[in-house]
Design a protein around this ligand. Sequence first.
Ligand code: FAD
Length: 372
Amino acid sequence: MKQKHYDYLVVGSGLYGATFARQATDAGKSVLVIDKRDHIAGNVYTKKEHNIHVHVYGAHIFHTNNERVWQYLNRFTKFNRFTNSPVANYKGQLYSLPFNMYTFNQIWGVVTPEEAAAKIEEQRQEIKGEPKNLEEQAISLVGRDIYEKLIKGYTEKQWGRDCTELPSFIIRRLPVRLTFDNNYFNAAYQGIPIGGYTQMVEHMLDGIEVLTGEDYLKDREKWNALADKVVYTGPIDAYFKYELGPLEYRSVRFETETLDIPNFQGNAAVNYTDRETPWTRIIEHKWFEDLGSDKTIISREYSSEWQPGDEPYYPVNDEKNQRLYQAYKEKANQEENVIFGGRLGEYKYYDMDAVTASALEMADRELALNKE
Ligand code: FAD
């Protein structure tokens, strides 16, 4: 039997790959999507257990100010009206995040914005001159009490180093709200896809051929022969067989547990801001979309150093890695008929709305170029 030939082979069924595949298909192109994992949706993949959508690769909260992206994704799902309002747990005391009038009342008992502003101003005076490290920078922005209770432990666990050893530029500014507003993202649109992210991506890929459990890099000649052009959303360094060295990532480890109680912490996200608790936060998945379950599923998140072979999560934004990425990018520019995109293909932290926008823009350019 003659093997079918496609206009595009899309490597990766995450948001970037799914968006491009949808746009190309709608423009009349033939598309095959492959993914090396045994499921679609990339890192936004959700899995239903005990009537709870579990965010398998970490909590994902959709938020955007981009009208086009919002309208686009609403073709494939309805969003609920989830608002991200995390809580901080410091040694058993709970504080509202991001820093707002509730937080200042909990910390100092102050009631008016004027009192809160005066307290912050008084504590900021501790730092004279240019802050020399992250600790001094944080105190110079919000004062010692907030630093000690809500910033220090969390940041040290995230980076695996003391705040006095971290550079000040990591925190350029800290949002301080002198209002009772704990809506973390404050975006025009935010929510969680009703029915889960996986279902949203399923709808995006509706009518498109998809093969899971297929690694492009294991037999690229075979896959290349199937299509005129490849859209590659895997790691750019893996594509080039790490010939210039591996790009580094920061990693997170998740420990997920099902509990025989209906409510563990009463909120989707609780950050543990002391140093002693080994995890940085606990996610309780059911509060993203409450479908009713007599059980609950929680994930403890631990920051960990990334080792080659670990799941790549956050690109490292330092000079060494950016230089290495630029070198890979130059090689990528020489590759004929391959488009590199998405968080791994561009070694870039993208929020979900930004990666969708990026794929839409690339599809606009690419499909206009290839109009028959
Ligand atoms: P991915 O989703 O990673 O998709 C790439 C796909 O390519 C994967 O499925 C992979 O299996 C496949 N692939 C790779 N190599 C190959 C190969 N050789 N052959 C075949 N397939 C291959 N964004 C938000 O807006 N809000 C949030 O709350 C949020 N939380 C996040 C939490 C964490 C812990 C992380 C890491 C990210 C978070 N994000 C969030 C960002 C979001 O995850 C990304 O925007 C999105 O996943 C990027 O989509 P992508 O298609 O570029 O990559």
